[in-house]
Design a protein around this ligand. Structure first.
Ligand code: NDP
Length: 297
């Protein structure tokens, strides 16, 4: 029976972090800037606290300066905008990330748009979104860029490949589709109103699933030999009473009997996101200082 190659996101992410660490060291040795990443968390959402701590820990590991800002849940929009403005002007800070979701008294879009585009390491600012679509240097959202690097490493040239992106969010689906288009793939974007999703999927050489629906993509949706990137992170009840486990948007065991290569959940796309955030902070630092930036993989 066919058994797909399992794409080891942990290993690739470790490679990205090692390259980032080497770049940071080179910058410092040359007397250049030390890339600095500022992460802002409003409120005490436990999942967000874990993400933010991980981001800071990883930033320090690669030799960056890390600035943590923990604000209370009742922070006003104006207070957050004032902090972002301060970070925009702080020369030690090259990347600013405001952890989402934000409390409901704060307009998240307004805050994201207040981040200077050159420091927008999440790539959510309309300037960077526009650049991604129209061409030119842009900071690109971390998760889709991580998926693209995994795909290019697996397949090399993506030109002419048929790709389907399941999901059209601003964070994953839309930027993913733009990145694939930039690589000259033929891209279909599917969403909750798409008709005959299995049929659309079966035509694709590349499937990127980002729908947030546990194991929605079945084995018989996959074209034999296709490359499957599973972005989904879904917590579902485990066999053992009271326990939970993580699954992706793809029914992994089924799809692995048909696909050429597939990312597991966990251990696929997940670890790439923070590694790419660090990459983006180095890119932002280099561009802000007019230094050349080379891709990390
Ligand atoms: P959103 O909920 O913002 O978007 C989901 C998209 O999937 C929407 O476009 C929606 O369509 C589409 N969709 C939902 N149900 C169906 C369906 N039955 N058939 C077809 N399309 C459907 O999610 P995100 O993009 O933020 O995240 C997607 C998944 O990726 C989640 O599991 C999330 O946890 C995970 N994720 C993982 C990250 C990582 O680091 N690995 C980072 C970010 C997200 P419509 O627009 O029509 O409603």
């Amino acid at each position: 029976m066919n058994q797909a190659k399992i794409i080891d996101g942990n290993a690739v992410a470790a490679e990205v972090r090692a390259t980032v660490a080497a770049r940071v060291a080179t910058l410092k040795e040359a007397g250049g800037p030390t890339p600095g990443l500022a992460v802002v968390l409003v409120g005490a959402d436990p999942a967000s606290q874990v993400y933010v701590r991980n981001k800071n820990k990883r930033a320090v590991e690669v030799g960056m300066n890390s600035f943590e800002h923990f604000l209370p849940a009742e922070t006003t929009e104006q207070d957050l905008l004032t902090l972002v403005e301060r970070l925009n002007l702080d020369h030690r800070v090259h990347g600013i990330l405001v952890q989402l979701p934000l409390p409901k008294q704060i307009d998240a879009q307004k805050v994201l748009e207040s981040i200077h585009p050159a420091k927008d390491v999440d790539g959510f600012h309309p300037f960077n979104v526009g650049r991604l679509v129209t061409g030119g240097a842009a900071l690109v959202p971390c998760t889709p860029l991580g998926c693209l690097l995994l795909l290019k490493r697996e397949l090399g040239n993506l030109s002419g490949k048929r790709a389907i992106v399941l999901g059209r969010s601003n964070i994953v689906g839309k930027p993913m589709a733009q990145l694939l288009l930039r690589e000259s793939a033929t891209v279909t974007i599917a969403h909750s109103r798409t008709q005959d999703l299995p049929g659309e999927c079966r035509r694709a050489d590349i499937v990127v699933a980002a729908v947030g629906r546990p194991e929605m993509v079945r084995g018989d949706w996959i074209k034999p030999g296709a490359t499957v990137i599973d972005v989904g992170i879904n917590r579902v009840p485990a066999a053992e009473e009271g326990k939970t486990r993580l699954v992706g948007d793809v029914a992994f065991a089924e799809a692995a009997t048909v696909a050429g290569a597939i990312t597991p959940v966990p251990g696929g796309v997940g670890p790439m996101t923070i590694a790419i955030l660090l990459r983006n902070a180095v890119e932002a630092c280099c561009r802000l200082h007019d230094l050349p930036f080379e891709e990390v993989l």
